[in-house]
Design a protein around this ligand. Structure first.
Ligand code: LLP
Length: 420
C-alpha cells in the first residue's frame, strides 16, 4: 500500500487523514511521510548492498533538517551545492566523510568551510575552480580530494531546463579537455585526484543515457589510470526519474539501474557514488491545499486554490505534471473538468489544465502528489505569501518541521532608510 492512500473516505498519509493536518496547521502545507522516505532510501541502499558505494542524498531536492536527520539515521551521505547545504547536512548529523560538494560556482569561502569540515570529495567543474581550490587548500595547509565532473555530451531527454549532460550546458568539463585538466590537477600541491564525476540531468526515465555516459566515463577512467592517476571513485550523480503520471510514466527500477552499473564496473575497483534526490524525496511528499473558490467561467471551470506557483514552482517553471487528488474520496462517478490555479496574479500560476476531478466545492481539500522533491525548497515569497510550512508524518502522528513564518518575520528583514 502506498504511504498516501484513501482510507475511510479520506486521503491519508500513513495512518493520518490529511484533513487533520489541514485543520491543525492550516493550508497550504507540505506533508511528508517518514515511512516513504525511509522506504525510498532503503531501496537504494539495498540495491547497492554488495557494491563499494556511497549514497550521497542530493540535499537540494528537500533540505529540511528533519528529512536530512532521518536520512542520516539510515546512514545516508550528502551531495551539497552550497555552504548552506553543507551546514544543514552536518547539523543533521551526516558525517563529513560522506559528503561530496558539487556545483559550478563554489566560492572560496565555501571551499574553506568544506575543507575545514573534512568532506569526502569536491566535484570540480572547471580549471579555474581547480586553481581556486588549490589556493584555498594550500593556504589551509591541506590537500583537497577531487573528482572532475565530466560532461559526457549525452542527451538525457527530460525538460531542457534540467538537462545538464550536453556539451553546450554550463556543467562539467568536456571529455576532449578532461585529461589536460586532470594533468593540471595532478601538478597542483593542494589537490589530490581521486575520482571521476558526472551528472547528466534529472527526471530521466530510461537507462540508456546513464549507460552511454557511464561507458564514456569508464573509458576515461582507464585512460586516466594509464596516465598515472590513481582513480578510486566514480560518481554517477543523480537523475533517476519518478512516476508523476500513473497513466503515462514508465520508469526503470532502482534495481535495474544498479544492475546496469554493477555490470559495467565489475572488477574495476571503483567506489561508486550515487547522488539521488528526487528518487528519495519525490513521492514521499504532497502539497496540501484548500479550494478557495470554484469559479465557473464562460470558457472554463477554475479551482482557485490557496496554494500558488510560489509554493510549488514546478508546473509554472517546467510545465511539470503533478497528479492532483481530492482529499475526500470521490463517492460517485460524477466528474468535472477544471483548470487548477493559484491566487498569484499571473496566468503562469496554473497547476494543471483540463483535469478531471470529482465535483468540488469551496473549502474542499486537494493534494498535489509527488511534491516531496523540488517543492518546498523552490518555494518563494512572491506576492508576500509566507513560505509554506512543512510537516513530517510518522504512523498516526505528525510534527511541524518548518513553521509558517509570520508576516512580521518577513517584514522585519526590511529597512526603510531614514531619509524616506
Ligand atoms: N547531483 C547533482 C550534481 C545535481 O545537480 C542534481 C540535481 C542531483 C544530483 C539530483 O538529481 P535528482 O536525483 O534529484 O534528479 N528543480 C528541478 C530539478 C533540478 C535538478 C538539479 N540537479 C525539478 O523540479 O525538476
Amino acid at each position: 500500500m502506498s504511504d498516501f492512500h484513501y482510507s475511510n473516505g479520506q486521503l491519508c498519509v500513513e495512518n493520518l487523514p490529511l484533513s487533520r493536518i489541514a485543520e491543525a496547521v492550516g493550508t497550504p502545507v507540505y506533508v511528508y511521510s517518514a515511512a516513504a522516505l525511509r522506504h525510498n532510501y532503503q531501496i537504494f541502499a539495498g540495491a547497492c548492498a554488495h557494491m563499494d558505494a556511497l549514497i550521497a542524498y542530493s540535499v537540494k531536492a528537500n533540505s529540511n533538517l528533519a528529512v536530512l536527520s532521518l536520512l542520516a539515521s539510515l546512514g545516508a551521505g550528502a551531495d551539497v551545492v552550497s555552504g548552506g547545504e553543507l551546514e544543514r547536512a552536518m547539523r543533521a548529523g551526516i558525517a563529513p566523510h560522506k559528503i561530496v560538494f558539487s556545483g559550478v560556482g563554489k566560492s572560496r569561502d565555501e571551499m574553506r568551510k568544506a575543507l575545514s569540515a573534512g568532506i569526502y570529495q569536491f566535484n570540480i567543474e572547471s580549471a579555474p575552480e581547480l586553481v581556486a581550490l588549490n589556493d584555498v587548500a594550500c593556504a589551509q595547509n591541506t590537500v583537497a580530494a577531487i573528482a572532475l565532473r565530466i560532461n559526457p555530451d549525452v542527451s538525457a531527454g527530460g525538460h531542457e531546463k534540467i538537462s545538464t549532460g550536453k556539451a553546450e550546458n554550463k556543467f562539467g568539463v568536456n571529455l576532449d579537455q578532461a585529461r589536460d585538466v586532470y594533468k593540471q590537477a595532478h601538478d597542483l600541491p593542494g589537490i589530490e585526484v581521486t575520482g571521476v564525476d558526472m551528472h547528466i540531468g534529472s527526471q530521466i526515465d530510461n537507462l540508456a543515457p546513464f549507460e552511454t555516459a557511464l561507458l564514456k566515463g569508464l573509458d576515461l577512467v582507464l585512460d586516466l589510470r594509464r596516465d598515472g592517476h590513481d582513480i578510486r571513485t566514480f560518481d554517477m550523480g543523480g537523475g533517476l526519474g519518478i512516476v508523476y503520471n500513473q497513466d503515462e510514466d514508465t520508469l526503470p527500477t532502482v534495481a535495474d539501474y544498479m544492475d546496469m552499473v554493477r555490470r559495467h564496473t565489475k572488477g574495476l575497483d571503483l567506489k561508486m557514488i550515487f547522488e539521488p534526490g528526487r528518487a528519495i524525496a519525490g513521492n514521499a511528499g504532497v502539497l496540501l491545499s484548500r479550494v478557495q473558490y470554484v469559479k465557473h467561467g464562460s470558457a472554463r471551470n477554475f479551482l482557485i486554490l490557496d496554494a500558488a506557483m510560489n509554493d510549488l514552482l514546478r508546473p509554472a517553471l517546467y510545465g511539470a505534471y503533478h497528479a492532483i487528488k481530492p482529499v475526500a474520496e470521490p463517492k460517485d462517478h460524477q466528474r468535472e473538468t477544471y483548470d487548477i490555479v493559484g491566487p498569484v496574479c499571473e496566468t503562469g500560476d496554473t497547476f494543471a489544465n483540463h483535469r478531471r476531478l470529482s465535483v468540488m466545492k469551496d473549502g474542499d481539500l486537494v493534494a498535489m502528489l509527488a511534491a516531496g522533491a523540488y517543492g518546498a525548497v523552490q518555494a518563494g515569497q512572491y506576492n508576500t505569501r509566507p513560505l509554506v510550512p512543512e510537516v513530517l508524518v510518522r504512523g498516526g502522528k505528525f510534527d511541524v518541521i518548518r513553521k509558517r513564518p509570520a508576516l512580521e518575520d518577513i517584514l522585519s528583514l526590511e529597512n526603510v532608510p531614514t531619509w524616506l
